[in-house]
Design a protein around this ligand. Structure first.
Ligand SMILES: NC(=O)C1=CN([C@@H]2O[C@H](COP(=O)(O)OP(=O)(O)OC[C@H]3O[C@@H](n4cnc5c(N)ncnc54)[C@H](O)[C@@H]3O)[C@@H](O)[C@H]2O)C=CC1
Ligand SMILES: N[C@@H](CC=O)C(=O)O
Ligand code: NA
Length: 816
C-alpha cells in the first residue's frame, strides 16, 4: 500500500489534477494498492480564513466565496464529462450552501471562535477531495471520498488539535476494511473531536493525515507530492547552485526542516517515522524526477553533508560573569527561566572556562529572554557576580547537516577555512554531540556569502564559482574575457569551475551584477547598463555584493588600480594581475603586501608580470621552495625589444618595426616604457625580489638603447618622430653587430645582489643568440643547475599568451 499525498499546488489546477489521476492509475497498473490524501486547492485555505475575519467584522464575503465556488465549479466542468458533472456540482453546491450559512452566522454574531474558523476552513479540503474523487471515478478508478472528520479523532484544541492516535488507527483500519478494493481519497488537515466538532491539525496538517493513514494501514511508502524536486542542498533562492538530494535519514530531514527547509514538516511525519515507513518527496510538475527518499538511515553513497540551511534572523544573548564559574545549577536556572517565559532557545554555546553562555533566540523573543534572565538572577546581578545580559541583533545561523559527518575528518576544517577565505566572521559555533549539525552564527550581511562559499566547499560534485571583477578591458582584458567565454564549458566540465563575471570596469565605464555579466556580450551590457567609471565606486559596489570566492583582475597598467590591492585583500578579494606597478613600488610595500595576503588568507598571483604567459615566477618559486639557491639569472624579458632586434633587418625603419610591435600588442600601453628599458627593469626587479633581495627600482642599472633625444620626447607621437630621426643610429648599431656575425640582444642579469640590463652584441655561441619574434628567455643558474642552467624560453609578449597566463592564475585561485 502506498499513500500519495498531494499538496495545494498539486491539486490547484486542471493540469495538476490530471497528473494526479495519471499517477494513481500508474500505481494501479503496477497492482499497487493506493490511498490518496489531498490538501485544499492552493490559496483556498487562506481565502477562507480571510472570509471568516471579514464576516466577523461585518464586511461582505459573498464575492470572495463566489470566487472559490467558481474555481471548483470550473474545474468540474473542465475535468468531468457533461454526464458526470451534475452529481459533482450538486455535492459541491451543498458544501457552498453550508459555508454560506456559516459565514452569515459569523457575520450576525460579529465574531468567529477558533471552533468556527476550523469549521469554515475544512471546506477547502472537503471541496478539493470531493472533486478529485469524482474525477478519479470518471477515469475508472474506484475512488471513495473519505471525510477525515469521521476518521481522525483529536482533542478540542482548535487550530492545532492533538490526535488520539490509538482511536484514529482503529477508525482508519475499519474504514479500509469496509472499502477493501477502493482507492480512498482522504481530506487532509481536518479531523473532529469527541463531540463531532471539526478540528484542524495545524501546520503541515495534510502531511500528518498522510502519516497517520500510512501508519494505521502499515503502508510501504508515503509519497509527498509537492511543487519542488525534493529537499535541496540549500535554499535555492540564496544558493543558486543548490541541487536536490536523493536520500536523507529521518533525523537529517528533521534537522533541515528545523532550520527552515519547508518541503515536509517532519514532526507531522512522526507516525510514519515511528514505523520506519519510507517517505518519498516528489514533484507533481516533474513526476519522472526521482525526488528525495527519506528513511531510517542516511545513505553512505551520498555526500556526507546533506544540506546547508539557515535561520536568517536571530538575536544573540550573552550571559557572563565570574559568578557562573563552577556554579552548579546555573544553567538549570537559566533555561527554566527562559522556558517559563516561553522563549525558544535556538542554539547554545558555552566556553569550557564557563565564564559566559551565548544563546541564539528569535529577535521577537530577545527582550522577553533578557527580562526573564534579569528577574531570575537579580541577586547575582546586584552583587556583580553576573553582568546584565547583552543582546545583539543582526545575526543569522547557518547550519551544516549530515548524519555521517561525524566520520569525516577535516570536514569542519574545510567549513571554517571556506568561511575565513571569504572573509566571513564567525560569532559563535555550536555542534551537537550527535554531530548531525554544525551551526555557526554569522552577521546577517554575510549569510548569503557564507552559504554559498560553504556550499561550494562541501559539495564535491557541483561546480565551484569564482566571482570575478575585471578591471581593464584593453588589449589583455578583452582577450582574456574572450578566452574565458571560449573555454567556460571546458572549465566547467574539466575543472568544475564556473566564472561569474560579477563586474567589469575600464577607464570609461563600469558595471556590477551579482547574477553575472555575459562573457560573450559584456561590451553591449556595459554600454546598455553601465555607468561612468569610477574606481572607488567599482570597489564599493563589488564590496557591497559581498560575494564568496571573489577575485579582482587587474588588466590595466594603472597606478591607481595597483594602489587598491591592499584594500581588496582586506575585503577578502584575491587579486590576479598582469599589471607590474604594484610589485615595483617600494620594497617595504612589496613585503607588506605579502603579509597582508597571508593575514586574510587570499591569493595574489602575478605570473604574467614576468615573461607574460611563460612560467617564470612559478619556476623560480619551485626552485626556491625545493631548497635550491639561485646564483645567477640571465634573461631577455622585453618581448618588444626582442621583437625589434629580431625583425629590424634593413627592409623597414626601426620606428616602423616599433609601430609593428605596438600593433601586435607586445608593447606597454605606452611603448616608451618598453624602449626606455623601464618595463624590463620592472621585471628584473620583481625577479630579484622574488629571490628575496630587498632591492628598489633605482637599484636596477639600465644601459639605454635609445639616443637621448628619443628618451626626452614628451608624447608618444613625438617619440615616434624622434625614432625616425634616429634611424642612422639604429642602422649603425645593427650593422656593427652584423659585421662580426653577431646579433643585438638586450640582456638583464642578477648576480651577487646586483641587477643590470645591458645591450650585448651576441655571437652565435651565445645561448641567447637564437631567438625569434617576441621571444623571452630566462636562464637560472642555481646550486643544482650549476653547469647547465635551467632555461625557460618562448614568446614573452602579446595578448593571447598574456591573457592565457592570467586565465591560468585565475584557475589557480579556484584550485584552493
Ligand atoms: N602586452 C603584453 O604582452 C603584456 C602586458 N602586460 C600588462 O598588461 C596590462 C594591460 O596592457 P594592455 O591590455 O596592453 O593595455 P591597454 O591600454 O590595451 O588596456 C588597459 C585597460 O585598462 C583600462 N584602465 C586604465 N586605467 C584604468 C583605471 N584607472 N580604472 C579602470 N580601468 C583602467 C583601460 O580603459 C583599458 O581598458 C599592462 O599593465 C601591461 O604591463 C603584462 C604582460 C604582457
Ligand atoms: N611590453 C612587454 C609585455 C609584457 O610585459 C614586453 O614587451 O615585454
Ligand atoms: Na610569466
Amino acid at each position: 500500500m502506498k499513500i500519495l499525498k498531494f499538496g495545494g499546488t498539486s491539486v490547484g489546477s486542471a493540469q495538476s489534477i490530471s497528473t494526479l489521476v495519471q499517477l494513481v492509475k500508474e500505481q494501479q497498473q503496477q497492482d499497487e494498492a493506493v490511498a490518496v490524501v489531498c490538501s485544499a486547492m492552493s490559496g483556498v485555505t487562506n481565502t477562507l480564513l480571510q472570509l471568516v475575519t471579514e464576516a466577523s467584522e461585518g464586511k461582505a464575503y459573498v464575492t470572495g466565496l463566489k470566487t472559490i465556488e467558481d474555481r471548483h465549479f470550473g474545474l468540474v466542468r473542465t475535468l468531468l464529462e457533461v454526464k458526470h458533472q451534475n452529481v459533482a456540482l450538486l455535492g459541491l453546491r451543498l458544501y457552498f450552501n453550508e459555508l454560506e450559512e456559516l459565514l452569515a452566522g459569523v457575520r450576525a454574531l460579529g465574531e468567529a471562535s477558533p471552533r468556527t474558523s476550523d469549521r469554515v476552513v475544512a471546506y477547502g479540503e472537503l471541496c478539493s477531495n470531493y472533486t478529485i474523487a469524482h474525477v478519479l471515478r470518471q477515469h475508472g478508478v474506484n475512488a471513495v471520498f473519505a471525510d477525515a472528520r469521521q476518521l481522525i479523532r483529536t482533542d478540542s484544541h482548535h487550530g492545532k488539535a492533538a490526535v488520539d492516535e490509538a482511536l484514529t488507527n482503529q477508525l482508519v483500519k475499519d474504514f479500509f476494511s469496509r472499502h477493501a478494493d477502493a482507492v480512498p481519497v482522504f481530506t487532509g488537515f481536518i479531523a473532529s473531536d469527541q463531540h463531532g466538532n471539526t478540528t484542524t491539525l495545524g501546520r503541515g496538517g495534510s502531511d500528518y493525515t498522510a502519516a497517520l493513514v500510512g501508519a494505521a494501514v502499515g503502508a510501504d511508502q508515503v509519497q509527498i507530492w509537492t511543487d519542488v524536486d525534493g529537499f535541496m542542498t540549500a535554499d535555492p533562492r540564496l544558493v543558486k547552485r543548490a541541487f536536490p538530494l536523493k536520500q536523507l535519514s529521518y533525523n537529517e530531514a528533521i534537522e533541515l526542516s528545523y532550520f527552515g527547509a519547508k518541503v515536509v514538516h517532519p514532526p507531522t511525519m512522526l507516525p510514519a517515522i515511528a514505523r520506519g515507513i519510507p517517505i518519498i518527496v516528489k514533484n507533481t510538475f516533474n513526476p519522472s524526477f526521482s525526488g528525495t527518499a527519506i528513511g531510517p538511515k542516511s545513505s553512505v553513497n551520498c555526500s556526507l553533508v546533506k544540506g546547508i540551511t539557515s535561520i536568517p534572523a536571530i538575536s544573540m544573548l550573552t550571559v557572563q560573569g565570574g559568578g557562573m564559574v563552577g556554579y552548579k545549577g546555573f544553567s538549570g536556572r537559566l533555561f527554566s527561566a527562559l522556558a517559563q517565559a516561553g522563549v525558544n532557545v535556538i542554539l547554545i554555546t558555552q566556553a569550557s572556562s564557563e565564564h559566559s553562555i551565548t544563546l541564539a533566540v528569535s529577535p521577537a523573543e530577545a527582550q522577553a529572554a533578557s527580562t526573564a534572565i534579569e528577574a531570575e538572577f537579580r541577586y547575582e546581578l546586584l552583587s556583580g557576580r553576573l553582568s546584565k545580559p547583552s543582546v545583539e541583533e543582526g545575526y543569522s545561523v547557518m547550519a551544516v547537516v549530515g548524519e555521517n559527518m561525524k566520520q569525516a575528518i577535516g570536514l569542519s576544517g574545510k567549513l571554517f577555512s571556506a568561511l575565513g577565505r571569504s572573509g566571513v566572521n564567525i560569532s559563535a559555533i555550536a555542534q551537537g554531540s550527535s554531530e548531525l549539525n554544525i551551526s555557526v552564527v554569522v552577521s546577517s550581511e554575510d549569510l548569503s556569502k557564507a552559504l554559498n562559499s560553504v556550499h561550494d566547499a562541501l559539495f564535491l560534485s557541483p561546480v565551484k564559482t569564482l566571482n570575478v571583477f575585471c578591471c581593464g578591458t584593453g588589449n589583455i582584458g578583452a582577450t582574456l574575457l574572450r578566452q574565458l567565454a571560449q573555454h567556460q564549458e571546458h572549465l566547467q566540465t574539466s575543472r568544475h569551475l564556473r566564472i561569474n563575471l560579477a563586474g567589469v570596469c575600464n577607464s570609461r565605464q563600469m558595471l556590477c551584477n551579482r547574477d553575472g555579466i555575459s562573457l560573450k556580450n559584456w561590451q553591449n551590457e556595459l554600454v546598455e547598463h553601465g555607468e561612468p567609471a569610477s574606481l572607488e565606486r567599482f570597489m564599493e559596489q563589488a564590496a557591497l555584493l559581498n560575494l564568496p570566492n571573489a577575485v579582482f583582475l587587474d588588466n590595466t597598467g594603472s597606478t591607481d588600480v595597483a594602489g587598491v590591492y591592499r584594500e581588496l585583500f582586506g575585503q577578502s578579494f584575491s587579486v590576479v594581475t598582469c599589471n607590474k606597478i604594484r610589485n615595483c613600488g617600494t620594497f617595504s610595500d612589496y613585503h607588506k603586501d605579502k603579509q597582508v595576503v597571508r593575514k586574510y588568507g587570499v591569493d595574489y598571483y602575478y605570473e604574467t608580470n614576468v615573461g607574460a604567459g611563460l612560467p617564470v615566477i612559478k619556476t623560480l618559486h619551485d626552485l626556491l621552495i625545493s631548497g635550491d639557491q639561485v646564483l645567477k639569472i640571465e634573461a631577455i624579458l622585453s618581448g618588444t625589444i626582442s621583437y625589434l632586434f629580431n625583425e629590424y633587418r634593413g627592409d623597414k625603419t626601426f620606428a616602423a618595426v616599433v609601430r609593428e610591435a605596438q600593433q601586435s600588442g607586445f608593447t606597454e600601453p605606452d611603448p616608451r616604457d618598453d624602449l626606455s628599458g623601464l618595463d624590463f627593469a620592472r621585471k628584473m626587479l620583481i625577479l630579484a625580489r622574488e629571490t628575496g633581495l630587498p632591492v628598489e627600482l633605482q637599484d636596477v642599472q639600465i644601459q639605454p638603447i635609445l639616443p637621448e633625444s628619443c628618451t626626452a620626447a614628451p608624447t608618444v607621437e613625438a617619440f615616434y618622430q624622434e625614432l625616425e630621426k634616429s634611424e642612422p643610429y639604429f642602422a649603425s648599431l645593427k650593422e656593427e653587430a652584423a659585421a662580426s656575425g653577431k646579433v643585438l640582444r638586450y640582456i638583464g642579469s642578477l648576480e651577487g645582489g646586483k641587477v643590470k640590463i645591458e645591450l650585448v652584441m651576441a655571437s652565435p655561441e651565445h645561448p641567447f643568440f637564437g631567438l625569434s619574434g617576441s621571444d623571452n628567455i630566462i636562464s637560472f643558474t642555481t646550486d643544482r643547475y650549476r653547469l647547465n642552467p635551467m632555461v625557460v624560453k618562448g614568446p614573452g609578449a602579446g595578448a593571447e599568451v598574456t591573457a592565457a597566463g592570467v586565465l591560468a592564475d585565475l584557475v589557480r585561485v579556484a584550485a584552493y
